[in-house]
Write a protein that binds this ligand. Structure first.
Ligand code: KG4
Ligand code: ZN
Length: 336
């Protein structure tokens, strides 16, 4: 069964054709990042406009690359929440228009659920239940994936998401948007013990995260140094910051894994491309005899193939929408 999938929740316009939730037949991603770089972050109005301009070409290219006509497609999956509302609406309305023209059903897909599903494309043997660390630019969750369409939030951030903290710290160090990937690279050449940074935790919520204090600690160090006319070594500061974020993430995941007696863990979202997070998670899982699954780096960021994967499982569980489908800027992964 082939599904056409569409993603437009942030600054990537993407379309893909995916078979049975597990095989990518085609995947096209048009990134707007170069334009948003000029402003140091995503400008929602610009994102919506670029999605409008790109979506027809991106979907046509995904269909062409897959060698498919609409007769070969069984359903149209689309990201409908959470994300930038104007951006989401472009994908949702395009999917509804296609549905009207082709009579194919629309399958609404939650963005974070689709990030989790990127693992199904890379690991054919992976099946729920498993615990997943979902770390993107907008969210940081520890999720128990009880079944393909049944999720329970075990831990969440109380303020910044991990990706957001990476981007803000990187920006304070003068790196271009999105800073997480640059910070990760520069950190390879730094000493992670050079700066003593906090590992904030949330009292009474052992699996929850709080990154804003850590981010502020870095920004304060930079401001204090610049007031004295000094410049801090960016490689050491990056390495110390990356280590602190990774410690917070891994500590809570393994606390949850031990308490819930979990033997399979997955990672998902843009930050799961972080090289230290990947190596630490692997090291800690090996030590504990836990199986670890991570998406290939090329599927960690936003793409439509993961929407096609989750869309398949939503579709076979009967989750389709009619033309009254709306987009939502916020929505819990549990409701999805
Ligand atoms: O999942 P994603 O592509 O978009 C959202 O759904 O938010 O995540 C984007 C986030 C950005 O904050 C970006 O800086 C971060 O993922 N990111 C990284 C790395 N690659 C992307 N953060 C740390 N290290 C990386 N290598
Ligand atoms: Zn995302």
């Amino acid at each position: 069964m082939k599904i056409l999938a569409i993603e437009s929740s942030c600054d990537e316009t993407a379309a893909a054709v995916v078979e049975n939730g597990r095989r990518i037949i085609s995947s096209v991603v048009a990134s707007q990042v170069e334009e948003h770089k000029l402003y140091g972050g995503v400008v929602p109005e610009i994102a919506s406009r670029r999605h409008c301009e790109s979506i027809v070409g991106v979907v046509d290219e995904a269909m062409l690359n897959a060698g498919c006509g609409y007769d070969d497609i069984e359903a149209i999956a689309v990201t409908y929440a959470p994300g930038l509302i104007g951006a989401l609406l472009v994908g949702v309305n395009y999917a509804k228009g296609l549905s009207l023209a082709t009579k194919l059903p629309v399958v609404p897909v939650h963005h974070l659920r689709s990030h989790i599903a990127s693992n199904y494309l890379c690991h054919q043997q992976l099946e729920p239940p498993f615990l997943c660390l979902v770390v993107s630019g907008g969210h940081s969750h520890i999720v128990m994936v009880e079944d393909y369409t049944k999720m329970k939030i075990i831990g969440r951030t109380h303020d910044d998401a991990a990706g957001e903290a990476f981007d803000k710290a990187a920006r304070a160090m003068g790196m271009p948007y999105p800073g997480g990937i640059h910070l990760d690279k520069i950190a390879q050449q730094g000493d992670e013990n050079a700066f003593a940074l906090p590992r904030p935790s949330v009292q009474g919520a052992p699996y929850d995260f709080s990154f804003s204090g850590l981010k502020t600690a870095v920004i304060n160090l930079i401001h204090n140094a610049s007031q004295k006319g000094e410049q801090l070594p960016v490689n050491d500061l990056s390495a110390s910051f990356r280590r602190a974020v990774v410690d917070c993430l891994t500590d809570n995941v393994f606390k949850a894994a031990a308490d819930l007696n979990v033997k399979t863990i997955a990672m998902a979202g843009g930050v799961s491309a972080n090289s230290l997070l990947r190596s630490e998670m692997q090291y800690e899982c090996d030590k504990r005899g836990i199986r670890l699954y991570m998406p290939d780096k090329c599927l960690c960021g936003d793409n439509a193939a993961m929407v096609g994967s989750q869309g398949y499982y939503e579709y076979i569980s009967g989750n389709t929408a009619d033309l009254s489908l709306n987009a939502y800027a916020t929505m819990s992964i549990e409701k999805g």
